[in-house]
Ligand binder design. Structure first.
Ligand code: SAM
Length: 202
């Protein structure tokens, strides 16, 4: 049983309020339209599903990937409770994602939007995963990231790295700037430690 399986039960009560504002901003800035097809990497319990659905109005499709059965269990309960029919959960290691992976499952690797919330600071081989997931977004599609970024290796960094099994010093912003046209941080939260950034797939 992995870390996120163990903490899945208390993940929402402990974190939902912390990230509510940044998530709201991210979804606003992504300019999601009815009918959009959205890929969420490391979706966890699906805390942003509801905000996205308000934009989609239950049209389009959300493909949400995570490798923790525990986190996906909560996501599944959320979907059932809300009677959502347009969300497909994939229990998969994000490192295995590729155009072929989606095609084999009957999913067009041509998404309108890619979302990574608290994802790329956690996923191993994150640069490869960002590249491959970017490659399945259509030209002109949008990308939205929400993540920690903290260079200082102080106590807070150590606590966050431990609790999230993350590496918050990763330069996810710099990498996203190289990968996506016009990637920009639109806001900082939690005393300048958590950013929300959006860009376009070139
Ligand atoms: C901090 S949580 C964020 C969850 C969710 N995106 C959110 O914003 O609440 C990190 C998530 O990354 C997932 N994860 C970590 N490594 C992964 C990998 N290699 N493949 C898929 N999911 C992964 C964990 O299972 C966990 O759900």
């Amino acid at each position: 049983m992995g870390w996120y399986d163990r903490i899945a039960g208390w993940y929402d009560p402990f974190t939902a309020w912390i990230y509510h504002k940044p998530r709201t901003q991210l979804i606003e800035y992504l300019k999601i339209n009815r009918g959009d097809r959205i890929l969420i990497v490391a979706c966890g319990t699906g805390q942003s599903f509801e905000m996205i659905q308000q934009k989609l109005e239950n049209t389009g499709e959300i493909i949400a990937v995570d490798y923790s059965a525990g986190m996906l269990h909560t996501a599944r309960k959320r979907i059932k409770k809300n009677h959502w029919k347009n969300i497909r959960l994939l229990h998969e290691d994000a490192r295995n994602l590729s155009a072929q992976y989606f095609l084999r499952r009957g999913i067009e690797p041509n998404f309108d939007v890619l979302i990574g919330e608290l994802a790329f600071s956690v996923i191993p081989d994150w640069e490869d995963v960002m590249k491959t997931t970017a490659s399945v977004v259509r030209k002109g599609g949008r990308v939205g990231l929400l993540d920690w970024y903290r260079k200082k290796n102080d106590r807070l960094t150590k606590v966050v790295n431990y609790l999230a099994q993350a590496e918050v010093s990763r330069d996810t912003i710099g990498f996203a700037r190289k990968l996506f046209a016009d990637f920009r941080v639109i806001a900082w939260f939690l005393s300048g430690n958590v950013y929300v950034g959006v860009g376009e797939n070139a």
